[in-house]
Design a protein around this ligand. Structure first.
Ligand code: PLP
Length: 393
């Protein structure tokens, strides 16, 4: 059957593909260590589970407003005020089926054919595909390891053309774990204001920073930047709720309204029960993700230290999210592999350690390791990687 042109070049998400391959090997009885996962290995907190159960029992199992139930929208408005000092109205919020669908819907609403979106690399795998699906053109601008994987305002300015509609900022970043400072964001923001470019600020890892750096939303820097920004966030990573599929976007109502109209014809609404669960997440007393954050911080130190001991692998130390993104070019060359994909494949087949090749993130010399697994698994995995590197000299 002749398929639509828009899906002909669409490849499956490389992060999901490696997880599937690792699971397949596990099923065959192999002792696989999967460092490919993009989700916390913690359970959703009990009070959130209780709220979901109550919602079901109380009959909240029906369609909801397309943009989300008013209580959850209000809780998100309050979250922005408390955490980011940002004042939004409920009309400036849409609750979506995960942050992924907030981004998808935004690009559908924003982009005409050949409109350009600047995507700093390394990038989260879905940005370029979603932009292309909306008819737009991702303009990849590579951040250097020397600059801690952060794009500079000059690089953005150079990439701007008459067709540039938006730029994506993802801090803390997947896959590098890098965090932009307020000053860096201010300079990027100035360029975007000067050229009237929308900023898509993906802040899904906001709550997972392990240094003294604090999360800054580019929208909180000035009123004009707030007007120029759509923030993307959600509960997947902050509250270990990846499967519940609740995310949201906050921005000018002239964008949020058509996004809500589009949602009304695509998803109808995010799952009713999950919305009540997310409401409980935001209405919980105290810092419910503190324990998870502490454990992630310890694992980051552990894995970063272990990697130092493997020849041919170097790593810029991340500050947030739950990934390391080391450069393996030297190891790969010494081991006789021409591409990072081949190196990762051989490592999985031989040592049963699943990593994600950097290729899908726009980086051809790096791999992504997720530390959303136990410390013991991290120790074992790094031993196996070391053995693989040494065995193939
Ligand atoms: N943005 C980034 C940078 C991510 O890493 C992810 C998930 O991996 C998402 C968005 C999507 O999150 P959600 O589970 O809310 O769709």
């Amino acid at each position: 059957m002749e398929l639509a042109n828009r899906v002909k070049t669409l490849s499956p998400s490389s992060t999901l593909a490696i997880t599937a391959k690792a699971n397949e090997l596990k099923k065959q009885g192999h002792d696989v260590i999967g460092l490919g996962a993009g989700e916390p290995d913690f359970n959703t907190p009990e009070n959130i589970l209780d709220a979901a159960e109550d919602a079901m029992r109380n009959g909240f199992t029906k369609y909801t407003p397309s943009g989300g139930i008013p209580e959850l929208k209000q809780a998100i408005v309050d979250k922005f005020q408390t955490d980011n000092g940002l004042s939004y109205t409920p009309e400036e919020i849409i609750v979506t089926t995960g942050a992924k669908h907030a981004l998808y819907t935004l690009f559908q609403v924003l982009l005409n054919k050949d409109d350009e979106v600047i995507v700093p690399a390394p990038y989260w795998v879905s940005y370029p595909e979603q932009i292309k699906l909306a008819g737009g053109k991702p303009v990849i601008v590579s951040a250097t390891e020397q600059n801690s994987f952060k794009i500079t305002p000059e690089q953005i300015e150079e990439a701007i053309t008459a067709k540039t509609k938006a730029v994506i900022i993802n801090s803390p970043n997947n896959p590098t774990g890098m965090v932009y400072s307020k000053e860096e964001l201010r300079k990027i923001g100035d360029i975007c204001l000067k050229h009237n470019i929308l900023i898509v600020s993906d802040e899904i890892y906001e709550k997972l920073i392990y240094t003294d750096d604090s999360h800054v939303s580019i929208a909180e820097i000035s009123a004009s930047l707030k007007e120029q920004t759509v923030i993307i966030n959600g509960v997947s990573k902050s509250h270990a709720m990846t499967g519940w599929r609740i995310g949201y976007a906050a921005g000018p109502s002239e964008l949020i309204k058509p996004m809500t109209n589009l949602a009304s014809h695509s998803t109808s609404n995010p799952t009713s029960i999950a919305q009540y669960a997310a409401l409980a997440a935001y209405r919980s007393e105290g810092d419910s993700n503190l324990e998870m954050r502490q454990i992630f911080a310890e694992r980051l130190e552990l894995l970063y230290g272990l990697l130092q001991d493997i020849p041919g692998i170097s790593c810029v130390k991340p500050k947030g999210a739950f990934y390391l993104f080391p450069n393996v070019e030297e190891a790969m060359n010494r081991n006789g592999y021409r591409t990072v994909d081949d190196w990762v494949k051989a490592l999985l087949e031989e040592e049963k350690v699943a990593l994600v090749p950097g290729t899908g993130f726009g980086a051809h010399e790096n791999v992504r390791l997720s530390y959303a697994v136990s410390s013991d698994a991290l120790k074992e995995a790094s031993q196996r990687i070391k053995r693989f590197v040494l065995n193939h000299q």
